[in-house]
Design a protein around this ligand. Structure first.
Ligand code: C5P
Length: 223
């Protein structure tokens, strides 16, 4: 399946998480452990998922000075997640050091701009310019720093692939089955992501909040 689905495990009950993983079975190989699950269940959950043969995207969105980030990644390394994330806004020195710290054993993904931010939010943060330009510039910085790819919305995926290269990974959250109103502003459907050449989609609530998570996965290509 391309894009490959990474299910975001933003749940507060470890049993529910493991039930979901069991239910999705061989249909899903990648899971994202972010703040919500990691701060509750820690390495235990990461290790359990890997023991079940799953690949883990550890989404801790590192955001600190170069030395701190370097040693944080050293601590992550023995747990061998497939991907980890870092805010591209940490700057080039920290990105380069972070990449060095992975020793090429973990895929480092740069967060370009959170998909919950829209033009209005950016203005409030004094980040001026077109969202696409900002994301592309940050994606370039990640590429130049040696990262494996970026996290960006479906709206910017095509430009990143075209301008930076096919082999630079684009991982896309903010996937919605039916477009509706929520905290994600730059959203798209699975089919949009497929058309734009996205490598991985991250899907959380549309799967774990559904009465039929397996059905959602199976019907992704249709909606
Ligand atoms: O529930 P939903 O499908 O919106 O989940 C999206 C997931 O992707 C969340 O875990 C969120 O933390 C994460 N994410 C994001 N935007 C980014 C990076 C990660 O929404 N730029």
């Amino acid at each position: 399946m391309k894009p490959e689905v990474i299910v975001a495990l933003d749940l507060m009950d470890e049993e529910k998480i493991l039930d979901l993983v069991g239910l999705l079975g061989s249909k899903v190989s990648y899971y994202k452990v972010g703040y919500i699950a990691f701060y509750r269940f820690g390495w235990d959950l990461v290790d359990r998922l890997q023991d079940l043969g799953k690949s883990v995207m550890l989404d801790l969105k590192l955001d600190d000075i170069p030395n701190t980030i370097y040693h944080a990644i050293e601590a992550i390394l023995p747990h061998k997640p497939t991907f980890i994330t870092i805010h591209s806004s940490v700057g080039k020195e920290a990105l380069v050091m972070a990449q060095e710290a992975t020793k090429g054993e973990i895929g480092l993904l740069g967060i370009t701009l959170l998909t919950s931010l829209g033009e209005e939010d950016l203005e409030m943060l004094s980040i001026s310019g077109d969202v696409r330009d900002i994301v592309l510039k940050r994606a370039r910085l990640c590429k130049e720093s040696g990262l494996e790819g970026v996290v960006a919305s479906v709206k910017e995926a095509e430009t990143i692939k075209r301008e930076i290269g096919e082999d630079f990974l684009v991982v896309t959250p903010g996937i919605r089955i039916f477009q509706g109103k929520d905290d994600q502003k730059r959203t798209g459907t699975y089919r949009d992501a497929k058309e734009k050449g996205v490598d991985f989609v991250v899907i959380g609530r549309p799967i774990y909040d559904s009465d039929d998570p397996l059905g959602v996965i199976e019907r992704l290509e249709e909606v």
